[in-house]
Design a protein around this ligand. Structure first.
Ligand SMILES: Cc1cc2nc3c(=O)[nH]c(=O)nc-3n(C[C@H](O)[C@H](O)[C@H](O)COP(=O)(O)O)c2cc1C
Length: 210
């Protein structure tokens, strides 16, 4: 095992601090095979029973991408209509996806009952396959950030409709729809914080119980 120096550990902390959900992208694509390499790195994530239940789908077809954008617009309008008054006005000002500009879209799916792993660890907690896939997404997100590449997670979509748009096997579960590309601007704080929607909570001792 390599020895990780104090300098590296400090830089790793910077990576955690500077990882952002990106919604403003430059339009130029990543050089090949950068995206595939990052997705391979994502597969180094831990998984229940070593089941590796994640599946990554690069969505390049303009018609499919347009259909996902339309679904986001529909879901976002519906989320807005559930709010009223000043809350609705504040919501309407948020930018909640970079689907128009991001040069790459990646759907992340999870197999709920993969043969790999032979069921180990899932008997009492079947959700662990989904959680494993989320670990892969986070690994991807950090690796992308380290390479100066932005990732934006879009969850304001209807999973069933998007699965149909992507023509996916319905046994799979849609976990995330990711926008990927070079960020228009680096940012040290979450966009929701910069737009006055929410703030990171102050460090709370009670989050760690002894
Ligand atoms: C499961 C999940 C779903 C998310 N869905 C969305 C989304 O639909 N639209 C969006 O703009 N951001 C979405 N985000 C990003 C969060 O808003 C963001 O992570 C949070 O505000 C903290 O900002 P940061 O990631 O830049 O630190 C999502 C993040 C997670 C983990």
């Amino acid at each position: 095992m390599p020895e990780f120096s104090p300098v590296f550990r400090e830089q790793l902390q910077d990576l955690f601090r500077w990882r952002r959900d990106v919604r403003h992208f430059r339009r130029d694509p990543l050089p090949e095979p950068v995206l595939d390499d990052l997705l391979r790195t994502a597969c180094l994530a831990p998984s229940v029973g070593l089941s590796e239940p994640w599946r990554f789908v690069r969505v390049d077809d303009p018609r499919r991408r347009a259909a996902v954008r339309a679904d986001f617009a529909r879901c976002n309008a519906s989320a807005l209509s559930d709010r009223a008054g000043a809350d609705a006005q504040r919501y309407a000002r948020l930018k909640l996806a970079g689907l128009d500009d991001a040069p790459h879209h990646v759907a992340v799916l999870s197999h709920p009952e993969p043969a790999q792993g032979r069921g180990l660890g899932r008997g009492t907690m079947p959700q662990t396959t989904t959680w494993s896939t989320v670990m892969a997404i986070h690994t991807f997100w950090l690796a992308a950030t380290a390479a100066g590449i932005g990732v934006g997670w879009v969850s304001i979509i209807d999973p069933e409709r998007v699965m149909a748009v992507l023509d996916m096997d319905p046994v799979l579960e849609l976990v995330a729809y990711l926008c990927v590309g070079y960020p228009a601007q680096p940012a040290s704080t979450p966009e929701l914080e910069r737009r006055g929607w929410e703030r990171r909570a102050p460090e709370r001792r009670e989050w760690i119980r002894r």
